[in-house]
Ligand binder design. Structure first.
Ligand code: GTP
Ligand code: MG
Length: 431
């Protein structure tokens, strides 16, 4: 089954918890702290893999979960890192979180971390200081990132076949490539895209055959525009027209207007035209039909082929290869890096350090709450065990270091004021 969209639930592994433990030595009454750190949770990693061309597996298995990190143990032993989950996806898979594109996997073997595993918590061995000889605190491991994502496949073929139903698209693919699509003498034989690799002069072309288009396809007629996304990103369009068509120029223009109604920019998308099924026609008639198309096709090259009689196929494949190479070169020359991506003006470290304090009245019981937000401070809070007073005290130390305590005082916080960080509440000073 061909499936080109899927919804998945992604969760990276939780980090392991740090341990609280004290050394036991025969002649030492109170050994030092030796609780080890938790291991890192596994990441969820997508790997673009050639040879795949459907997202169907995700319909049956929508949950993508990486392993958690192990907890720390005594004698400073680290917990093991959780195993990453490697997920194979077809080339051309786009990953969206809400409406934002977070990954676009385009080249074979490309790996992208889609969700990061949580860091492991520190064991109590980390918390020894001159004033705290027997720290009974350890950090909890962080949660891994988890969210719902949608996957969309837009095939990345070199050549996309377009045209009316029954013009011989699948037959062409079956003759020039390894693909074995269904072929029949009626419209809409092909119900979902087929991919094939055609060899020509020691190189190869990846060709996508999509279901036939009719007038109104972009508004949903016939099989509609559901499959047009698969020619959006192909380097070159091969427009096939049945040489027996009476109004051949009109046929050409109908398909073109459906393509442009579906936001495909025909001014920039390279195209080649081929008249098909010429095996039963006299040369003069074929020439007449070629001339008729040329009148409306401008500079677009026009070929005449017969898949059944293997006529004109190598010439067409060479023409396609030339256009594909040109198109790829143009893309490399003109493709500017997307604006806005990875051009953050503040340094990454500064962004992580930044925080904000907001004094708000709680809706439920009317008390004042001081809400503290910020990447780093929230990260510490998530790793704090709020059931352990030493842990909360350490968080209070961190607030001081980051300058947040000062701001809390300035906004009028008192000892028993409620501070909220990342959904955890505690009092400003130890009560
Ligand atoms: N004589 C002749 N018939 C052909 C040639 N190519 C395709 N046909 C016939 O045309 C009919 C349609 O071929 P398909 O390849 O299924 O056409 P299609 O464009 O993929 O059709 P849809 O999948 O319905 O859009 C079949 O009966 C083929 O045998 C050709 O070169 N010569
Ligand atoms: Mg077909």
């Amino acid at each position: 089954m061909f499936v080109d969209t899927a919804k998945v639930f992604i969760s990276a592994g939780k980090g392991g918890d740090g341990a609280v433990n004290f050394r036991h030595e025969i002649y030492v009454e109170k050994g030092g702290p030796d609780g080890g750190d938790g291991g890192k949770g596994g990441d969820v990693v997508f790997v673009a893999t050639s040879g795949l061309n459907t997202l169907v597996d995700f319909r049956y298995k929508p949950e993508l979960k990486a392993k958690p990190g192990g907890n720390g143990t005594k004698r400073d032993r680290h917990g093991a890192d959780g195993e990453d989950l490697l997920v194979k996806v077809p080339m051309g898979t786009i990953v969206r979180k809400k409406d934002e594109i977070i990954a676009d996997l385009v080249s074979d073997g490309q790996k992208i971390v889609i969700a990061k595993g949580g860091d492991g918590g520190f064991g109590n061995a980390h918390f020894k200081s001159s004033v705290r000889q027997t720290p009974r605190i350890a950090e909890k491991g962080e949660m891994g990132e988890s969210f719902e994502a949608t996957l969309e496949l837009k095939l990345l073929a070199d050549v996309g076949l377009v045209g009316f139903p029954n013009v011989g698209k699948s037959t062409f693919l079956s003759v020039v490539s390894n693909a074995r699509p269904e072929i029949a003498d009626y419209p809409f034989t092909t119900l979902s895209p087929n991919l094939g690799v055609a060899d020509i002069d020691n190189t190869s072309l990846l060709i996508a055959d999509i279901p036939g288009l009719i007038e109104g396809a972009s508004e949903g007629k016939g099989l509609g525009d559901a499959f047009l996304r698969h020619v959006e990103r192909t380097a070159v369009l091969l427009h096939l027209i049945d040489a027996y068509t009476d109004d051949i120029a009109g046929a050409y223009q109908t398909i073109r207007s459906e393509l442009s109604n579906y936001k495909i920019n025909l001014d920039t998308k390279p195209e080649i035209i081929a008249l098909t099924k010429i095996d039963g026609l006299d040369d003069e008639i074929v020439q007449m039909q070629v001339d008729a198309v040329k009148k409306v096709a401008g500079k677009t090259p026009v070929f005449a082929i017969s898949s059944v009689a293997h006529k004109g196929l190598n010439e067409l494949l060479r023409g396609l290869r030339k256009k594909v190479l040109e198109a790829r070169e143009n893309v490399e020359l003109t493709d500017e890096p997307d604006e806005g991506i990875e051009t953050i003006s503040l340094g990454q470290a500064k962004i992580a350090d930044a925080w904000n304090v907001q004094r708000v009245e709680d809706d439920e019981d009317g008390i004042i709450i001081f809400k503290v937000s910020g990447e780093k401070v929230e990260k510490f809070a998530r790793r704090t065990d709020f059931g352990n007073f030493e842990g909360v005290n350490r968080l209070r130390d961190i607030l001081k270091k980051l300058g947040i305590t000062h701001e809390l005082h300035r906004q009028g916080a008192e000892g028993d004021s409620v501070i909220q960080i990342a959904n955890n509440k505690f009092t400003f000073l130890e009560q």
